[in-house]
Design a protein around this ligand. Structure first.
Ligand code: JFZ
Length: 465
């Protein structure tokens, strides 16, 4: 410090600096978050509350691509991207519409399967990148009602069933559109010219469709955008779209793919560009919580859209443990189904959904409405917490019949297996934590859950980390 600078002056300088930074941060964040500025934290929490409680939802990728079912000219690794990955000219791809006649489609059954699996919301592709719409859009003829022999508005039927069965209906709507003449850029291999194309006009068209989706199908839970990565899209357009959606349904939730910044795409994540209400890690589970709302979306095999050759199914155990892992880190799980061209969920998907549902029936209490684990590391599994309860999800059952819970020092009033609440388990405490005596064999083949009930909300945080 320079000679003659009194502590008073230094103090004053620090004060001014602090005030200035504070002011700069305020103006900065106002600029950043103008799309949510109208909402207080409390209102935001209120809007997010059903979604945070739900924890588990169904993703449905369905469209014309279910017809080739992943195969084109001997190549068998395609799915919903087949127009691009097999380089099928748009005019030729359009022909699939004439064949789209999913006679076995039954909205009541689809919604019921999701509900029985313990899922609380369904996100279905109103339009994927191929531009084909599963709803009766007045703004295009390239939709299920105008272009197919089926002629039924799939989203209408689903919206009625979701309403009846208490499931939140949500739409995945692709920003990228390989079909619309005004969408730019074209695919590199295409012969369609860009002449006369007007991206602004495309955006107006897309907003018109968003208006249809948010006006004709009742209350929609989430608008899940995607395909925002091309150069024609930018943050400004993202903010405008976000605001437009909220102006149509103020309580709706919107994912982060409405803007540019998002996790998961190597090299492209830019937090300054991030928009939306939750993050969307894809096909991966982050190693810790993310400090904001997030939802992992994942396939049960290796494709989103139906692929008749894909047998690489995840096991029931893997899927249940992934659900628990995600929830223990404060995230949601959006698990995908790719229905067939006949309108059926693939049999292996149904089997897995049924197994998850059976597990959720017994253990759902440890999933819905819970918060992330209070423990930083549990070598045998995961944990969640809700109110006065802590749940321990045991992946690896202890061979010596003693489950070690390091860091747990507060005395629980009762300890029991969720599948058998009447039988109390013995718990002892020592210097480093607690020891729970458990039965010899794991009571559940996938994940056994132990509940600990405390007299008050456990103040474990202080003692655990
Ligand atoms: C997108 C779609 O292109 C895909 O067809 C599917 O609908 C999926 C849910 O979302 O695919 C992506 C999006 C992001 C990444 C990879 C594929 N990413 O972040 O690496």
């Amino acid at each position: 410090m320079g000679k003659g600078m009194s502590p008073k002056i230094i103090l004053r300088a620090i004060c001014i600096l602090v005030l200035l930074t504070g002011f700069m941060m305020c103006t900065h964040s106002n600029e950043q978050e103008n799309q949510t500025a109208v909402e207080t934290q409390e209102q935001h929490d209120q809007r997010m509350s059903w979604w945070r409680d739900a924890r588990f939802g169904m993703f449905i990728h369905w469209g014309l691509y279910a017809i080739p079912a992943g195969e084109w000219e001997g190549e068998i690794n395609h799915a919903e991207w087949i127009l691009t990955t097999a380089q099928i000219p748009v005019k030729e791809y359009e022909n699939f519409a004439k064949e789209f006649n999913p006679a076995q489609f039954n909205a009541q059954q689809w919604v019921n399967t999701a509900k029985n699996a313990g899922m609380k919301y369904i996100v279905i592709t109103s339009k994927h990148h191929d531009g084909f719409c599963l709803f009766d859009s007045k703004l295009t003829d390239y939709d299920v009602v105008d272009a197919t022999p089926f002629k039924r508005d799939i989203l209408k039927e689903l919206s009625e069933e979701c309403y009846n069965q208490g499931i939140k209906l949500c739409f995945y709507h692709s920003i990228m559109d390989w079909h619309h003449p005004d969408y730019l850029p074209r695919r590199k291999w295409e012969s369609r010219s860009e002449e006369g194309a007007d991206f602004d006009r495309y955006v107006q068209h897309m907003k018109g469709q968003v208006k249809e989706l948010l006006t004709n199908y009742g209350e929609i839970g989430v608008l899940w955008f995607d395909g925002e990565w091309e150069d024609t899209w930018n943050r400004e357009r993202g903010i405008d779209l976000y605001d437009y959606v909220r102006s149509l349904q103020p309580s709706i939730i919107i994912n982060n793919r409405v803007g540019k910044g998002r996790e998961g795409m190597a090299g492209t994540y830019d937090p300054e560009q991030a928009l939306g209400d939750f993050g969307t890690p894809e096909q991966e589970i982050p190693s810790t919580g993310l400090g904001y709302d997030w939802e992992t979306c994942m396939t049960m095999n290796d494709h989103w859209g139906y692929n008749k050759h894909d047998d690489n199914w995840k096991s029931n155990k893997d899927l249940i443990q992934k659900l628990v892992d995600i929830v223990s880190k404060g995230g949601n799980f959006l698990l995908n189904v790719g229905p067939t061209a006949e309108g059926l969920f693939p049999e292996p998907s149904i089997k897995r959904l049924n197994a998850i549902g059976k597990w959720m029936e017994v253990n759902g209490e440890s999933i819905y409405g819970t918060s992330a684990s209070l423990f930083s590391d549990l070598k045998w599994g995961r944990s969640t917490t809700k109110g006065c309860k802590v749940y321990l999800h045991v992946f690896e059952w202890p061979e010596n019949r003693t489950l070690e819970v390091p860091g747990l020092k507060e005395r629980a009033d009762s300890v029991y297996l969720l599948q058998n609440p009447e039988a109390s388990l013995t718990i002892e405490y020592n210097d480093t934590g607690a020891l729970i005596q458990v039965p010899e064999d794991a009571p559940d083949p996938y994940v056994s859950v132990i509940a600990l009930k405390f007299a008050t909300t456990p103040g474990l945080l202080g003692t655990l980390h």
